[in-house]
Ligand binder design. Structure first.
Ligand code: ZN
Length: 423
């Protein structure tokens, strides 16, 4: 809506002069006040005619709030509080995010000031803004919001607090607490918003699953093999997989050793693809085709990208390094994914080392013989594949860390069959 239209609409609904409203609106917008907030504040200034005194929005049940609802007043229990630093108009700003609940529903919130919220508090947020995020309403607690602590706790059908198993984490979660073992960690230098920054990245595990993580504050307690409680982490998405983020606001405490799930999550290909990505998944299906780009390949020595005719897209003409991989289409009857085997697994399905494969190609005077030999041994057979599945616009890729023929271990197959019969 243009400023002119907004002024017109406001003036007619408030019964005041349009020019005056427009001048006020222009001023507020020039101070970077968002249009919705500017309109609200003019409604207050000119009196909404609602007769409820000063334009305090009505008390609203969380279950009734939609993205179209105007400002509201809610009484709710604070379920979680997460702290983050964001860059807003060139400045670092600390914001607080989490979930509120009453007896009718739950809603995410963002607080732009420190209202000293704690999980379990019952609060009344007066004049909270409503905005849409991903199709859902969200509460905005800003400068024009008043937050008062209620003496009597509101009873809600949700347990306040952020403790979760890794399997229950979803992108968008804030203020979560996890108890995990650090399975892998490496230190990296990245080009962050404040220039070059050191971060830690790796893999965390608990009894439920494993997930990738980034520690933006390189906590000393985050070391390979250590079990830790991380308080106040947030979750975002990396290539369709939930990813845990620790920050300067995350507290890290050593705890007794956490046992880690040894088995990945067993899903059908359709379920895994529909999930948009799964970090540690097990799929069972038939290899229907070994794709081009399998067998002997060559990589740029600088960036590791696959190169053809000694040309890297980034580094131009290079002296490439030989490598092996397999890109195989796996079909389990519900959907297909492309399984990618790295060098080690490729050597094992080929039945020889990279040097053997290079000899093989030299003798045949054809590098394609390696891919052909791999295709002959795996096409048409059923495999159990474990790894990280990511989904993008080009399809679903499963980066395998295990690749086992289901007929490799007949005893295990028999046990699995018998347990199905028993069940
Ligand atoms: Zn390169």
């Amino acid at each position: 809506m243009s400023l002119d239209d907004a002024a017109e609409e406001l003036a007619s609904s408030l019964g005041v002069d349009k020019t005056e409203v427009k001048t006020d609106l222009e001023k507020l917008v020039s101070y970077s006040v968002p249009m919705d907030e500017a309109k609200q504040s003019l409604r207050r200034k000119y009196g909404d005619g609602g007769g409820d005194g000063g334009g305090t929005p009505p008390k609203t049940d969380i279950g009734e709030i939609t993205p179209e609802t105007g400002n509201v007043t809610v009484t709710a229990r604070v379920l979680t509080v997460g702290t983050r630093s964001i860059r807003y108009e060139g400045e670092n700003q600390t914001i607080f995010e989490g979930e509120l609940a009453d007896g009718t529903g739950r809603i995410s919130y963002t607080a732009w000031s420190d209202f000293s919220l704690s999980p379990g508090d019952t609060i009344t947020a007066g004049n909270a803004g409503v905005r849409e995020w991903d199709g859902q309403p969200e509460l905005n607690l800003g400068q024009s919001t008043t937050v008062t602590l209620e003496e009597t706790p509101l009873s809600v059908p949700h347990e306040p607090g952020g403790d979760r198993g890794l399997i229950d984490l979803e992108p968008g979660d804030r203020g979560r607490n996890i108890e995990v073992r650090v399975l892998e960690v490496e230190r990296k230098t990245i080009d962050g918003r404040d220039g070059e920054t050191e971060i830690l990245s790796g893999v965390l595990g608990d009894e439920t699953t494993r997930l990738p993580f980034t520690d933006w504050d390189t906590h000393a307690g985050v070391r390979e093999g250590e079990s830790v409680r991380l308080e106040d982490v947030y979750v975002d998405e990396f290539r369709g997989v939930p990813s845990v983020n620790a920050t300067e606001f995350t507290a890290v405490e050593p705890i007794p050793e956490v046992s880690v799930s040894e088995s990945g999550t067993e899903l059908s290909a359709r379920e895994a693809v529909a999930a948009g990505g799964v970090f540690d998944v097990v799929l069972t299906g038939n290899v229907i085709e070994v794709r081009d780009g399998s067998g002997l390949i060559q990589r740029c020595p600088d960036c590791g990208r696959v190169v053809q005719n000694d040309q890297c897209r980034t580094h131009g003409r290079v002296d490439p390094e030989d490598d092996m991989r397999v890109k195989a289409i796996l079909d389990d009857g519900t959907d297909t994914v492309t399984v990618i085997l790295g060098r080690e697994l490729t050597e094992s399905v080929y039945g020889g080392t990279l040097e053997d494969a290079l000899d093989h190609a030299r003798d045949a005077m054809d590098r394609e013989v390696v891919a052909a030999s791999i295709a002959e041994s795996i096409e048409g057979r059923e495999y159990r594949v474990r790894g990280a599945l990511s989904v993008d616009e080009y399809g679903a890729n499963l980066d395998a860390n295990r690749f086992e023929g289901t007929d490799d271990d007949p005893a295990a197959r028999a046990r699995a069959f018998l347990s199905e019969v028993d069940a």
